[in-house]
Design a binder for this molecule. Structure first.
Ligand SMILES: [Zn+2]
Length: 128
């Protein structure tokens, strides 16, 4: 009787393994515990091949410092100024957005200056 009791306890402990694996991938712990209890080997292998749910992946990204786009609700990087999913600009980081515009203007001006300098040089060489 003692042996059966401990074997039963051991089997319950074993059934918790696929339940924990599936739970970490966003599945219902109790259902996976029952599944593991009824069909341990199948549930265990199944749990190893499970893919994480979209919610779990997004939660991990948010936990790692990501933010949710207010337009398309996809999770994007904390430093992102433009959403990579919908392409819209991030409304709460206007300072960094204006920084980008300023640096773009600066780059355009220096490109323009280089073009003018090259034209001037060509002009001067032509006169020599
Ligand atoms: Zn978006």
């Amino acid at each position: 009787m003692d042996f059966l009791f401990f074997a039963f306890l051991w089997y319950i402990g074993l059934s918790l393994i696929p339940a924990f694996i599936a739970f970490n991938k966003g599945r219902n712990f109790f259902l996976w515990f029952v599944y593991g209890f009824c069909l341990f080997i199948i549930a265990f292998i199944h749990s190893l091949f499970l893919k994480k749910t979209v919610e779990t992946i997004e939660e991990e990204q948010l936990h790692a410092g990501g933010k949710r786009c207010p337009y398309c609700a996809e999770v994007i990087k904390k430093e992102a100024v433009v959403c990579k999913h919908c392409g819209k600009g991030w409304p709460f980081s206007q300072t960094s957005a204006s920084d980008i515009v300023q640096s773009k203007i600066r780059a355009d001006r220096s490109a323009e200056a280089k073009t003018i300098a090259a034209e001037a040089e060509r002009f001067l060489q032509g006169r020599r």
